[in-house]
Design a protein around this ligand. Structure first.
Ligand code: AMP
Ligand code: ZN
Length: 430
């Protein structure tokens, strides 16, 4: 069994020693068993012995998504096929998938990290966790499932969708904890609202873990308020086990990234230079404790920053901020760089806005924000709709410095997503 407190409150010095020991092992293992890394090292004229301090990690090559795709299916495997017990893939939106393998130990270690996260947020054996992420090739649901079983909670492997059945399960089995995407949580809220259900009276919910796509603080607040629960941000990616890479503690003030399992760096995505704590950039992760697939300096594409200072909870693993966006979902309109989440933040802070929205890029100069608003406002009068549209347009403009066209829609007009949502429709590339 893991000694939770010891590893979470470990001194920085002991943590760095552990990281160094594991980094050396990881580098040796990658060099010896994965031809891709061996070749790369030779090109850069480095050998595993050149990695003598944590800073030396900067000598190592980056690994990109394209590398994982190119070496699909078995090219990044560091063990024999006999040692592997599980495969996950991460599809992304284009091109070949990436294959992610686990040995028995890897499955166990990933589950242990999740168990840490659950216990950190107050989960105990009497909790009931409804796992509403997609089961299957995607890591989201299975990795959480194994971690929750390790803690000993009752897991309901509901998967996403069939919202009425979800609600019945929540009521019948007295679900306390949800694992869900932010967009599906918003949709669930709208269904409950339509059914006249009161989350405080009719349910036993205490908390939810939200992750797998970017969302704003305003969305968190909206969900917390509606369900009367604590929402914890959960970050992970298939290439690094899936969920459980970084997770919020009860302070809900940034996500502790488990530094005994990963080395994190923030880099400038254009130059590759490392940035100091506090500065925004692309998150780069190196696995420290994996057998089947050690990955060195993986470019996650996720934009975040390392939060300086200590967390009140006493855990020594540094925290990252909410993911601000991905380097590849940044949109450029009229020459201005915009992350969809900036628009979401504005929308979710406006009371009349319901749960769903969509950004349509009409041309390089024009974007339309289509937003569902509460039913009551469609009462046949137009004045307040015009005022609301002006208010939304103005608030978005002052956030992103581009004036969008805003369309107000009745709830239920836009497509609903059970998994990751597609918020941006780019007509320029259709
Ligand atoms: P996948 O590999 O399909 O599991 O997707 C991983 C990606 O989902 C990450 O690289 C992030 O872009 C995104 N993601 C996961 N969790 C979060 C989160 N809590 N906040 C924002 N984005 C997230
Ligand atoms: Zn903390």
């Amino acid at each position: 069994m893991f000694r939770q407190k010891d590893i979470e409150m470990i001194s920085r010095r002991a943590l760095e020693e552990l990281q160094m020991k594991r980094l050396k092992q990881t580098v040796r293992q990658a060099y010896k068993n994965i031809p891709f890394y061996k070749e790369y090292f030779s090109k850069l004229h480095i050998q595993p012995k050149d990695i003598a301090s944590l800073k030396d990690i900067r000598k190592l090559p980056f690994t990109t998504r394209e590398d994982l795709r190119e070496y699909y299916p078995f090219g990044m495997l560091a063990v024999t096929k006999e040692q592997v017990v599980r495969l996950h893939t991460s599809s992304g939106t284009t091109g070949k998938p990436k294959a992610i393998f686990f040995t028995k130990k890897d499955v166990d270690r990933a589950a242990e990290l999740i168990a840490r996260c659950l216990i950190m947020t107050g989960v105990a054996k009497d909790d009931v966790l409804q796992n509403m992420m997609t089961y299957g090739l995607f890591t989201g649901a299975l990795v959480m499932h194994y971690g929750a079983e390790k803690v000993g909670v009752l897991v309901i492997p509901a998967g996403p969708g069939n919202t009425k059945r979800q609600i019945a399960l929540m009521q019948d089995f007295k679900t306390t904890t949800l694992h869900i995407t932010p967009s599906y949580a918003l949709y669930l809220a709208s269904v409950m609202q339509n059914e006249g259900l009161d989350p405080q009276k009719n349910f036993t919910l205490r908390r939810a873990y939200l992750g797998s796509e970017p969302y704003s603080e305003e969305t968190r607040k909206k969900i917390e308020k509606f369900f009367h629960i604590d929402v914890y941000n959960s970050y992970g990616l298939s290439e690094m086990n899936g969920p459980g890479v970084a997770f919020e503690c009860r302070e809900k003030n940034g996500m502790h990234l488990w530094e005994d399992n990963f080395i994190m760096e923030i880099i400038d995505p254009d130059t590759g230079e490392t940035k100091p704590d506090g500065e925004k950039g692309e998150l780069v992760l190196t696995t420290l404790y994996r057998e089947a697939m050690p990955i060195l300096r993986y470019r996650t594409s996720d934009i975040t920053r390392i939060l300086p200072g200590k967390c009140k909870c006493g855990r020594t693993h540094r925290r990252i901020s909410r993911i601000i966006g991905r380097t590849d979902d940044m949109i450029i309109v009229r020459g201005v760089n915009i992350f969809p989440q900036q628009i979401e933040r504005v929308l979710m802070g406006i009371k009349a806005v319901a749960q769903n929205y969509q950004i349509v890029l009409e041309s390089y100069d024009q974007m339309t924000v289509r937003v569902e608003i509460v039913k009551e406002l469609f009462d046949g009068k137009v004045d307040h709709l015009v005022n609301l549209r002006n208010e939304i347009t103005e608030k978005i403009r002052s956030e992103i410095l581009v004036r969008p066209k805003v369309e107000l829609l009745e709830p239920g007009t836009l497509p609903v997503s059970e998994g990751k949502s597609i918020r941006v429709i780019d007509k320029r590339t259709l």
